[in-house]
Design a protein around this ligand. Structure first.
Ligand SMILES: C[C@H](O)[C@H](O)[C@H]1CNC2=NC(N)=NC(=O)C2=N1
Length: 93
């Protein structure tokens, strides 16, 4: 899958108002009630990531989660990142 250029990325981000494009990755910060609900959500994403064969880079501190999406194989952002980002938004509700 080919990497999208910056204007394509910014256009697609219009549909993802909580996401930003930083340091070559799509970023989303999420906050939960506590660690348990955060980790439960990470588990949901993990199963979706397996199904999509596309996996997030992420960083968790207690109830906070930073998700950073990119396509390692393409060295940039691809449709796969946007598909996973939309899945994450849907699951977060
Ligand atoms: C073979 C396997 O599908 C690939 O290595 C997948 C796995 N998950 C992946 N996830 C992400 N974020 N980028 C990739 O390039 C990638 N490649």
């Amino acid at each position: 899958m080919t990497a999208l250029n910056e204007s394509q990325i910014l256009e697609k981000l219009q549909d993802l108002p909580h996401w930003t494009f930083e340091d070559g990755r799509l970023h989303r910060k999420l906050e939960f009630k506590d660690f348990k609900s955060c980790f439960a959500f990470m588990t949901l994403i993990a199963f979706e990531a397996e199904a999509q064969k596309h996996h997030p880079d992420w960083y968790n501190v207690y109830n906070r989660l930073l998700i950073q999406l990119s396509t390692h194989d393409a060295g940039g952002i691809t449709e796969n990142d946007f598909t996973l980002a939309h899945t994450i938004e849907k699951l977060y509700g």
